[in-house]
Design a protein around this ligand. Sequence first.
Ligand code: ZN
Length: 162
Amino acid sequence: MKHLILYEQFINEQETTEPIIDFSTTLDDSFTTHVIYPEHPEYSNLKPHFKKLGIAFTDPTRGKDIWIDGEKVEEDSFTADHIKAVEAHEIGHHILNHQPPYDETMEQKADIAGIAILKKAQEFEAVAILALRFRDLYKSNPKDYILKNSAREFLRSYIKNL
Ligand SMILES: [Zn+2]
């Protein structure tokens, strides 16, 4: 099966038959993103995580890896900006020292951190995607969300060093 590659690191609209595509994350190259497709032998092990957590997941206790569901990437509406929005959210879990299972508060904080990371990277299309998701899910404006205490400090020092 052929998959369209839409990441900027590769030539746009290039196709691949690989069941997994790994690349370092442009927002922070210490992270590796893995887009895994249903033909991959490990996909069935990851699918329950995707079902529970949505399009992607990361486990900061197990390394700086971001796993993205290739089945979602195949959807026409999905763009390279969506990849960035997903990566920023998952990096947010790492810098805020979250450990799965994540609760709703952690999910909100990861979005807020993700938006800040994307703003610093001037990825404004991806900012809009994450902000819209936040408004839809939580019926509130991410601008009104205030990170407190340690979370705020973790985010501030991370952003400063980007
Ligand atoms: Zn999350």
